[in-house]
Ligand binder design. Structure first.
Ligand SMILES: Nc1ncnc2c1ncn2[C@@H]1O[C@H](COP(=O)(O)OP(=O)(O)OP(=O)(O)O)[C@@H](O)[C@H]1O
Ligand SMILES: [Mg+2]
Length: 586
C-alpha cells in the first residue's frame, strides 16, 4: 500500500461526507449480518452433538429453530442492506460526477486543447466506475471480514487448540500470495486505463471527422486501427486473467489442502476420543470463516491498490490547476461601457512567442478590424479579450478594469462572439440561437435570425425553428451554420462583439446582406472584426495590421493603403488576384 494511495483515498472524504450516516449503517449492518452468520457453525455443532443425547429433542429443536430464524433474519436485513448500499453508491457517484463535471467545465480551454474529448470521457467514466467498485468492496467487506475473522479465530481457539494451530499454519499463505500479486495488478490496471483512453481518443476523433475519413477512403484503415488496438488491450486483459486465475488456483489449492489437513487431524482426534464430531463439523465451518475473510481482506487490499489507479486519474482532473480561476475579490461588471485596452501584452501558448508587445486602445463603440496573414495571432487576440488565456506579460482592460479582476461569467456575459469554427449543438435551430439567452422570445429569436439573413432558409425547412441541426450542425451548410452563429451572437446583445471570420463561408450575395445586418448591429458596440476578405472591413474605425504577433501598422483603410505597402499589396491581390492582373479580365 503506497502512501499516495492512502492520501488519495483520504481526498475522497468530501464525496462520502454527505452520506456518512448511511455509510455507517451499511458498515455496521453488514458487520452485524456477518457476525450473526458466524453463529451458524455453533448451531450446527449443537444440532449434531444433540444426536444421541438424552435431550435430543429439545436441543435439536432449538438448533433447528435458531438456524431458521438466522436465515430469515439474514435475508430480511440483507435485502434492506442491498437497497441502502445502492442508495449510498448512487449518491457518492453523483457527488463525484458533480465535482468532476463542475471542474471540467470550469477548466481553461488550454486543458482541452491538449486532450482528446473521447479519452477524457472514458477516463472520467472508468475512474468513477473503478472507484465505486473499490468503495463498495472496502465499505462492505473490511469490517465484516475482520469481525468474522476474529470470531472464527476465537471460536477455533476455544474449540480445539491442535486444530487451531494447524489452521493458523495455512492461513497466512493466501495473504502473502495476494500481496505479492497486487503490485502487478495495479500496474496492469494503469496500463489498461491508458490504453483504453488512447484507443477511444482516436475512435472519437475518427467518428467526429467521419467526412474526412470517408473523403480519404480511410474507413477500413480507421476501423482496423481501432480493432487492432482493442485486440492489443484485450491481450493485456487476457494475460491478466491468466495470471489472476493461476494465483486464484494456487490460493484455492492451499485453502483446500488446509481443509483436508484439518479434516484428517479432526478425524484422528475423534477416533482418539479427544474431540466430538460436532466440534470437527463446527471447526470445518470456521475454516471457511478463516480462509474466506483472509482471502477477502487480501482481495480488498488488491482492490484498494487497483482503485488508487482510478483515484489518481480522477484527481488528475480534479486537481488540475486553473490559472484563470476567479480571484476571491473578482468583481461583477454589468452593463460595461466597452472601452478596451491591450497594454504591452505578451503571450505564448508554448515556447514560441505568439503575441508581442501588443498595445491597442479602443474606445467604446469603435469597430476595430484585425487583419494579417494566417497564424499572425488575430484569433489569439480575441481569445485574450475573452480571457480564455491570460497574457504572460501586460494587461488587458475593459472600462479600465484588468480582466483578471472581473468575474469570468460576468465578463463573458458582456461579450458576444462568432467563433472562427462555428460550433453548433445537436439541438434545434431555436435552442442554438438562444444559447446565450435562453429566455428570449420567439419574436426576438426571429428578429436575430432575420438580421443574420438566416430566417429565410430556416422557414424552408420542414420543422423550421424546431429543426435539429445534427452533430455539430452537420445537417446545415457551412454558410447556414455561420448565419445561425451570427444570429446567436446578435441575440446575446452584448456591448462587445467579436466576429472572427464571421462571413467567410458565405456567398457574395449572402455576405453583403449579412454585412448590412452586421453594420447595423455594430453601431454603438465595441466590435472586433477579424477578416481575410478586406472589403468587409473598409469602414472600420481602425484597422490593425498584425504580422508575427506584432502590430505592424494601425490606421483607417485609406491611411493603410497609403502608408503600408504590405496592406496595399494584400488589397490589390484580393482585387486582382495573386499575379496582380485583374481577375475578371482573365
Ligand atoms: N492552442 C494553441 N496551442 C498552441 N499554439 C497555438 C494554439 N492556437 C494557436 N496557436 C498558434 O498561435 C499562432 C497564432 O494563431 P491564431 O489562431 O491566433 O492565428 P490567426 O491569425 O487567427 O490565423 P488564421 O487567420 O489562420 O485564423 C499560430 O502560429 C498557431 O499555430
Ligand atoms: Mg484565426
Amino acid at each position: 500500500m503506497t502512501e499516495s494511495a492512502v492520501s488519495l483515498a483520504r481526498k475522497t472524504v468530501p464525496f462520502l461526507a454527505p452520506c456518512r450516516l448511511s455509510i455507517v449503517v451499511v458498515v455496521v449492518l453488514t458487520a452485524a449480518v456477518s457476525s450473526v452468520e458466524a453463529l451458524e457453525p455453533l448451531l450446527m455443532k449443537m444440532l449434531f452433538d444433540s444426536l444421541g443425547q438424552e435431550s435430543v429433542m429439545r436441543d435439536f429443536t432449538m438448533a433447528a429453530v435458531g438456524l431458521v430464524l438466522l436465515s430469515v433474519g439474514n435475508q430480511a436485513v440483507g435485502g434492506f442492506l442491498n437497497w441502502l448500499t445502492w442508495r449510498v453508491r448512487i449518491n457518492v457517484q453523483f457527488n463525484i460526477q458533480k465535482a468532476l463535471v463542475g471542474r471540467l467545465f470550469s477548466l481553461p480551454i488550454s486543458f482541452f486543447r491538449k486532450r482528446s474529448v473521447g479519452a477524457l470521457v472514458l477516463q472520467m467514466n472508468r475512474s468513477i466506475e473503478g472507484y465505486m467498485g473499490g468503495f463498495s468492496e472496502v465499505t462492505t467487506r473490511i469490517l465484516p471480514n475482520l469481525l468474522y475473522l476474529s470470531i472464527s479465530l476465537v471460536s477455533m481457539y476455544v474449540l480445539n487448540l491442535h486444530l487451531f494451530l494447524l489452521a493458523l499454519a495455512f492461513a497466512p499463505l493466501p495473504t502473502l500470495i495476494g500481496i505479492w500479486a497486487a503490485k502487478e495488478q495495479q500496474e496492469r490496471e494503469q496500463k489498461l486505463l491508458t490504453s483504453w483512453c488512447s484507443v477511444f481518443a482516436r475512435f472519437n476523433e475518427a467518428l467526429s471527422g467521419i467526412s474526412l475519413v470517408k473523403c480519404f477512403g480511410k474507413e477500413s484503415t480507421e476501423g482496423q486501427w481501432f480493432m487492432n488496438r482493442v485486440g492489443e488491450t484485450n491481450r493485456i486483459v487476457m494475460r491478466g486473467v491468466q495470471r489472476d486465475t493461476s494465483i486464484g488456483s494456487v490460493t484455492a489449492l492451499i485453502t483446500r489442502l488446509g481443509r483436508i489437513a484439518i479434516a484428517l487431524l479432526g478425524g484422528y482426534l475423534v477416533l482418539q476420543g479427544k474431540t466430538t464430531i460436532g466440534t470437527v463439523v463446527a471447526f470445518m465451518g470456521y475454516m471457511g470463516g478463516l480462509f474466506g475473510p483472509v482471502q477477502g481482506l487480501t482481495g480488498t487490499y488488491q482492490t484498494f491498490r487497483r482503485t488508487s489507479v482510478f483515484l489518481r486519474s480522477m484527481f488528475e482532473i480534479l486537481d488540475e490547476p486553473d490559472p484563470l480561476q476567479d480571484r476571491p475579490d473578482a468583481k461583477c461588471i454589468a452593463n460595461m461601457h466597452g472601452d478596451v485596452r491591450f497594454e504591452n501584452v505578451n503571450f505564448r501558448y508554448d515556447e514560441a512567442q505568439t503575441i508581442q508587445n501588443f498595445t491597442l486602445d479602443v474606445k467604446a463603440g469603435q469597430t476595430i478590424a484585425l487583419v494579417g496573414p494566417s497564424g499572425a495571432g488575430k484569433t489569439t487576440i480575441a481569445c485574450l479579450l475573452q480571457r480564455l488565456y491570460d497574457p504572460q506579460q501586460g494587461v488587458v482592460t475593459i472600462d479600465g478594469v484588468d480582466l483578471r479582476c472581473i468575474r469570468r461569467d460576468s465578463l463573458r456575459s458582456q461579450i458576444g462572439c462568432v467563433l472562427q469554427e462555428n460550433v453548433l449543438f445537436n439541438d434545434t435551430i431555436r435552442n442554438n440561437i438562444c444559447y446565450g439567452r435562453p429566455d428570449a422570445t420567439q419574436e426576438e429569436i426571429e428578429a436575430a435570425a432575420k438580421a443574420a439573413n438566416a430566417h429565410e432558409f430556416i422557414m424552408t425547412l420542414r420543422k423550421r425553428y424546431d429543426t435539429m441541426v445534427g452533430e455539430a450542425g452537420s445537417l446545415l451548410s457551412a454558410g447556414q451554420r455561420q448565419r445561425i452563429s451570427i444570429a446567436r451572437a446578435l441575440l446575446k446583445n452584448a456591448p462587445i462583439l467579436i466576429l472572427d471570420e464571421a462571413t467567410s463561408a458565405m456567398d457574395v450575395e449572402c455576405e453583403s446582406q449579412v454585412q448590412d445586418a452586421i453594420d447595423k448591429l455594430i453601431r454603438g458596440r465595441t466590435t472586433f472584426v477579424i477578416a481575410h476578405r478586406l472589403h468587409t472591413i473598409r469602414n472600420a474605425d481602425k484597422i490593425v495590421l498584425i504580422r508575427n504577433g506584432k502590430i505592424e501598422r494601425t490606421g483607417t483603410h485609406r491611411e493603410l493603403m497609403l502608408g503600408s505597402p504590405y496592406y496595399a499589396s494584400l488589397v490589390r491581390k484580393q482585387m486582382f488576384g495573386p499575379s496582380g492582373k485583374e481577375r475578371l479580365a482573365a
